[in-house]
Design a protein. Sequence first.
Length: 129
Amino acid sequence: MRFFRASLLAALLLFSSFAQASGGGGGGPSPYAKLETITVNLQGLTQYLQVDMSLKLADPKLAESIKGWNPVIRHELILLLSSQRGDELATLAGKKKVTGLIKSAVNKVLKLDAKEGVTDVLFESFVIQ
């Protein structure tokens, strides 16, 4: 029984060390910045889009910049999203296209390129009605 406990403890310590070394320990800042829900009328005014998203950042320190520029970022995203058509956004290709546009818009506000700023856009909720 002692051997079993010692083996179990050793395995747990090894796994814990591995998780922290590989970034799974959750000790550092997150490389993601969650934006508030955005709701817009889509082009044509007969449909609306409600979207929740997170931005993947090249550097977790950019999260503070995202907070500081939040009003400008939201403004740009509202203009961008409200110019889209629902039938295009309903497709996978449309969603992928708009992620690129969002990434570019946010990086433009931050005055960064895609390697230094927002590297990806992740939709957490995407509702067209």
